[in-house]
Ligand binder design. Sequence first.
Ligand code: F6P
Length: 486
Amino acid sequence: MASQASQVLVAANRGPLSYTLADDGTLGTRRGGGGLVSGLSAALAEQPEALWICAALSEGDREAVRRGVSEPGVRMLDIDPAVYDDAYNGISNSVLWFTHHGLYNIPREPVFDSEFRRRWDSYRTYNRAFAEALAAEAAEGAAVLIQDYHLSLAPGMLRDLRPDLRIAHFTHTPWATSEHLDMLPDEVRRELLWGMLGADRLGFHTWGWAHRFMSAAHLEDERGIAEPKMPSGPAERYIQQSRRSKVRHRRTDVAVYPLGVDADELRALAHRPEVDDRLAGLRAEVGDRKTIVRVDRTELSKNIVRGLLAYRELLTAHPEWHGRVVHLASAYPSRQDLAVYRDYTATVTAVVDEINTKFGTADWQPVLVSVKDDFARSLAAYRLADVALINPVQDGMNLVAKEIPVVSEAGCALVLSTGAGAYDELRKDALTVNPYDVSETAEALHEALTMSAAERAERTKRLAAAATAMPPATWFTTQLTDLRGS
Ligand code: F6P
């Protein structure tokens, strides 16, 4: 065990920062991306003693590990790049992400062959590297909070190495339906569930995702693999698990912690001079037209293409909007190592071009798209939003749905699909849509654009209140307290 053993540890694939390596060999830093990183970074700002274990993602990160460069409270693991690539691209993003979000194009995929099994072995190695590092760094009885689908096996592995620890796992994505989970080879599905059940507590953003997990554990029990019992409790439910072999008997609690946003921090970020500049630029482009805003990674689950098709249908069905509305779409690149993501990005661009060519005029461009991960521009778009379009097919939470109502200046109407985790908390004041129904989404956009200012303001107030109910620091400390107390 390390001499400076930690009492609180977090493990996630991404760290709070990432290193860049310049041609002259100097190392720079930049903030890690994604909802998980922003939520955890905000939460850990109030836990200065905590240790965040993450993977080295880039050559810059690996070089930093080699040179012994690190930030306080962060330990990067230099996992063999080939193993990392198999685990991150080959399994986490190509198999588990698709399974949990139900994204497969079924006639062609998935294919579970020997190559898949080789990659699965790398996924195990990657999870073991985290489990070993956590075991080495944790003080006796420490609390360990493991994050997301990249690290589904780590709880069980860590349990075997350090039975004294309190172990939590939080899933930031949906959990798969049983139909999708059952596509996995039996031994892989069991290993996945058994790895997760190594935790003392499992956290999800919604009860919908949590129930899917519990049903999967029940089903596995009926098949004779685990033995979950699930009494119904008011705020919490749990799974009692034991192996038929009676090797261990433990209890895993399942709970829901819907991550929200910190209103003060977000508003402060949204009013920096840099954002004011971007806002002035956007205002000049948009003029006095209404805005429909979306901000996403170019990610299959976000349903950007159907969102654009809905906008196209709005312009077709309601020509009165020609020249009077602009769709501000930030769709910045993600996971470009995977062909399916590159293809999706190309489709988004093609549909944007088609809409602009078909409807655009000399003084009106219907869609203004930004493909840069430019947080300042996104915040400026949030401030300008009359309508927010959030239509994922499935999404663990979707923090953008919570951020826009907090920041929008004139109040925004939220068009929200049933697939977003945020739907549970925001649906009463949103215009809700089936993510696959383009016509319904087009009509919801029309309704949102025509909503009276007074109603928009009222709804926005309630949306912002719901969005800020569990800011990141509370989200984290509640889990920590529950973990220590359970
Ligand atoms: O949705 C879960 C999540 O972990 C997000 O927090 C994050 O944006 C994404 O998945 C992971 O993305 P990446 O592959 O870029 O790390």
